[in-house]
Design a protein around this ligand. Sequence first.
Ligand code: ADP
Ligand code: MG
Length: 316
Amino acid sequence: MPHSALPAIALTNLCKTYKPSKKSPAITALDNIDLVIPKGSIFGLLGPNGAGKSTLINILAGLVVKTSGKAEICGYDIDSQTRMARASIGVVPQEIAMDVYFTPWQALENQAGFYGVPKSERRSDEILDALGLLDKRDAYVRQLSGGMKRRLLIAKALVHNPPVLILDEPTAGVDIELRRQLWKYVEELHKTGTTIILTTHYLEEAESLCDRIAIIHNGEITANENKDTLLKRLDQKTLILTPATRLRKIPSNIKSLGGVLKQDGNIAISFRTGETSIMKLLEQIKSTGITIADLRTEEPDLEDVFMALTYDRDKT
Ligand code: ADP
Ligand code: MG
């Protein structure tokens, strides 16, 4: 297959165990990851803190050494075709750590030099302009605000024109205005053909930006599908009812709706909004004859979602 037809990222049985230290035991951060990220997507890698997102990204970036398994970037193996693999991605790290003694322009030129971009092909001013940093071209990096530093990190990841851009938690600690700017720019890059991969622990962020979402939990991929398919699986709500008088036992027809009696005396009924409605449930409950003093609905939080998806997978 020509390299242009290969997926942006292909991981096979990828494992990473951090060695034990005096302070902590060995940690398996990635446990047999198989993952294919197609070219042309805006792909979200979603997972709670500690799930293994940065470990995965840092292996691709060459900052963390994998324990075993295979990783390919645009068809290039990170072990045997390291140079081509590196040239195929730009990575915006989660932590802002940069050399503060350079100006933004110098930082980009250094990075371009590192990637062997010939002087005639460098686009430092163009990239600074695109990220709204042209007026800071010759300022010292230490004088830039946090938001500007983050934009400079993106600029640095772009100097060698990589077909794949990876952003690790790009909006953690970033204000709303900057977030909007970032996404506008990322969407423009995507339109011109760059594959975008971002990690986040915010469901809404992945939801609004990505066309495909994989979920990582405890170092394992627990879901990987089109956003719309995934969201349909997450349409669960819980109806919480407080009976007027405390029940000793759950009536059988409420039980058959999936209801459970909780310790606090409330009845909880989980349902899928695509399959049934609250009105239908309430009608059925009314027919049992219990008087309801209060009711409310609960939506699952991200942790519930991860649990549900992990559970679904274990069943199949
Ligand atoms: P995420 O980015 O999803 O929050 P990480 O990849 O940073 O997750 O971390 C995954 C697990 O690996 C966590 O348990 C974390 O504590 C551990 N870990 C990350 N980096 C190191 C390291 N350099 N040494 C030891 N353990 C690490
Ligand atoms: Mg991380």
